[in-house]
Design a protein around this ligand. Structure first.
Ligand code: EPZ
Length: 428
């Protein structure tokens, strides 16, 4: 069992380069299944979820070859099955994209229900509604989803919730459908635009990605192309918050500042100084920082995936802050772990009331999901003394080389593989 050991209270200083977006990678890799040919995807992050997806595609008969650390060649010409077994999938949440991709290309899919983070119910009813509107028969039983269609015909689909996954999944299923499919109330996240851009480069006809109405006109064939995915807005935001919570001075590079606007505004509101340029943002922070309120919303609102990290920062801001999580039912499981480090947060349903600034001191904590793990990392960086974080699998799912990147910024962080090292470190 691996743990992070972090000696906190050190301001982060320097430059960090952001990797490719996890949520674009886990959509574009399965989207390559739609192409009867060879695709080359660049700027992939070296994270568990990418490795898991490559393993699944290989088990389906796709040839996957890393041409370099971040460049993957996928040849999906000889896919030999439309049925995925639970053993082939880990608890990857994004496995649901296999349904849309297989249904779109082969009009058949048999995929286990998605796993993933444990915050609230994660239904896929809107994905299924979209597939059914396109003409597929979808059955959910025995822990899996089977979808089949004699023909997929373009249609109009209204999403009751602007679901990222449903938007991308329906887009994939509709790529070869007859006629035009319209997705109303579509989600607008950057990774949706990225996936649409990849498919359009291969010859799909998708218009309106990034708006709340997406139109997909069915085509007969896609050609394999080379495509570079966008930088990860959530990884970037996590490092921007790391600079603020440690009262440091960090230049976050290889990003698209437009994707960061809701966070940039919030960090300025609490009193950090930000310098924004074409492909980097520098965050400089000094105490005291001031309380602010946060409401998570669909893009371009404040992203739910930065809510745990921002709430952690607010524990260090003078005054009372209110954090309203509107996207997921319960995304505050990390709060009781933060409390072990000294945070003062009370929960009222989807609202967290944060009393700052509280004194954080090192302790042993456990990551409960990917972004919760990131939040605990940030708290540990600000805490006095040593913190041990367990359940690193979650963090490794979404953050490439996090120990190297934080260490390069002056953080004292180590990945240890057993408890043997701990007593010595704790004495340090
Ligand atoms: C994607 O999850 C991301 N995952 C999540 O990031 C992110 O938190 C979420 O979008 C919101 O931005 C990937 O892209 C792989 P949703 P997804 O469908 O697609 C409800 C991370 O940390 N809903 O937009 O599962 C749902 O319950 C992960 O990188 C339905 O009701 O999210 C939720 O309340 C965590 N029915 C809301 O919509 C459905 O069929 C938003 O979910 C689908 C969703």
């Amino acid at each position: 069992m691996e743990h992070f050991i972090i000696n906190g209270s050190k301001p982060l200083r320097g430059t960090v380069n952001i990797s490719g977006a996890k949520n674009a990678a886990v959509a574009i890799i399965p989207a390559a299944l739609l192409v009867d040919g060879v695709c080359i995807i660049e700027n992939l992050p070296q994270i568990e979820d990418v490795a898991s997806y490559v393993g699944v595609l290989r088990s389906m008969g796709a040839e996957c070859k890393f041409l370099s650390d971040d460049t993957l060649q996928i040849d999906a010409s000889n896919i030999c099955t439309t049925r995925i077994t639970p053993e082939q999938l880990k608890d990857m949440r994004a496995s649901y994209y296999l349904i849309g991709a297989l249904l779109g290309r082969f009009k058949k899919a048999d995929v286990p229900m998605p796993g993933g983070c444990n915050f609230g119910v994660r239904p896929i009813d809107l994905h299924i509604k979209g597939f059914e509107n396109l003409g597929a028969k979808v059955v959910q039983e025995h822990g899996k989803v089977t979808a089949e269609a004699s023909n997929l015909v373009g249609t109009q689909i209204f999403l009751d919730v602007a679901s990222v996954g449903a938007t991308i999944n329906i887009m994939m299923a509709a790529v070869y459908a007859e006629g035009t499919t319209t997705i109303e109330n579509a989600a607008k996240e950057p990774h949706i635009v990225d996936c649409a851009n990849f498919l359009n480069m291969c010859g799909a006809k998708i218009k309106g990605a990034g708006t709340d109405v997406i139109r997909i006109t069915g085509v007969d064939k896609l050609e394999g192309k080379r495509y570079s995915i966008i930088p990860d807005q959530i990884e970037a935001g996590t490092y921007m918050i790391a600079a603020a919570i440690t009262c440091g001075d960090v230049k976050v590079c290889n990003i698209i500042p437009k994707h960061m606007e809701s966070l940039t505004a919030k960090l300025q509101e609490v009193g950090a100084e930000l310098v924004v340029r074409e492909d980097w943002i520098r965050v400089i922070a000094k105490k005291p920082l001031s309380a602010a309120n946060v409401k998570t919303l669909y893009y371009p609102g404040f992203p739910t995936d930065l809510q745990p990290q921002m709430t952690t920062l607010l524990t260090q801001c003078e005054g009372v802050s209110y954090v309203n999580e509107t996207v997921f039912d319960t995304r505050f499981q990390y709060v009781d772990q933060l409390t072990r480090l000294g945070a003062k947060i009370t929960l009222e349903g989807r609202m967290a009331v944060v009393e700052g600034a509280s004194r954080l001191t090192g302790a042993e904590v456990v990551a409960t999901d990917l972004r919760a793990g990131a939040a605990l990392m940030l708290a540990a960086l600000a805490a006095e003394g040593t913190t041990k974080i367990s359940n690193l699998y979650y963090i490794d799912r979404g953050y490439e080389k996090i120990v190297q990147k934080l260490s390069a910024l002056g953080a004292e962080v180590r990945r240890v593989s057993s408890d043997d090292d701990l007593p010595m470190l704790m004495e340090a």
